[in-house]
Design a protein around this ligand. Structure first.
Ligand code: IMP
Ligand code: MG
Length: 173
């Protein structure tokens, strides 16, 4: 296994998600909320964020593919698994592991907004600073990071490292 330098510790992630969960609970109290995780990367942040939301909420998942096994965004997004539920008239919060070019999210926002949700917002654990190629407004942002490729806490390199409880950088060997 390659060396991995810790960038964001499990404790820092949990503290951040607690704050975001409180904000979501305050903002959506009394509203019909559905939280949508983008697989596979968001599986861990969904599970941990969910524990910090204390208002009635439903969860659903979409699976998209944007990268293949490369580390560069192709701009081509395929929906591999669509939502199980209708979102018309409901408040939708998309949860992403990381926003890099923003192409994946941009595509998702477009395809979900035509279904006429009452609102459509985004929570992202990580946002790579300065590299967004599309205009995106992320309502709940965890950490802004540099342009380096990160793994762990749901994020993979060629399918691996998703199980790490922290976010790290692969060190060349
Ligand atoms: P975007 O379309 O360029 O914003 O890329 C979004 C998707 O690419 C994320 O949901 C991740 O699956 C993947 N991704 C982007 N940057 C990284 C990274 O640094 N490590 C692992 N996956 C990444
Ligand atoms: Mg990925």
């Amino acid at each position: 296994m390659a060396d991995i330098r810790t960038l964001i510790s499990a404790e820092d992630i949990d503290r951040k998600l607690a704050g975001i969960g409180r904000a979501i609970s305050d903002d959506y109290r009394g509203l019909d909320l559905i939280v949508v995780g983008v697989l596979k990367g968001a599986f861990m942040v969904m599970a941990d964020l969910a524990r910090h939301i204390d208002v009635p909420v439903e969860f659903d998942f979409m699976a998209v593919s944007s990268y293949g096994a490369s580390t560069q965004s192709s701009g081509v997004v395929r929906i591999l698994k669509d939502l199980d539920q209708e979102i018309a008239g409901r408040h939708v919060l998309i949860v992403e592991d990381i926003i890099d070019s923003g192409l994946t999210l941009n595509y998702l926002m477009k395809s979900l907004s035509v279904r006429k949700p009452a609102s459509l917002e985004v929570a992202a654990l990580l946002v790579k600073s300065g590299v967004q190629r599309t205009e995106l407004s992320v309502r709940y942002e965890g950490f802004a990071i540099g342009p380096e490729f990160v793994v762990g806490y749901g994020l993979d390199f060629a399918g691996r490292y998703r199980n790490l409880p922290y976010v790290g950088v692969l060190e060349g060997d």
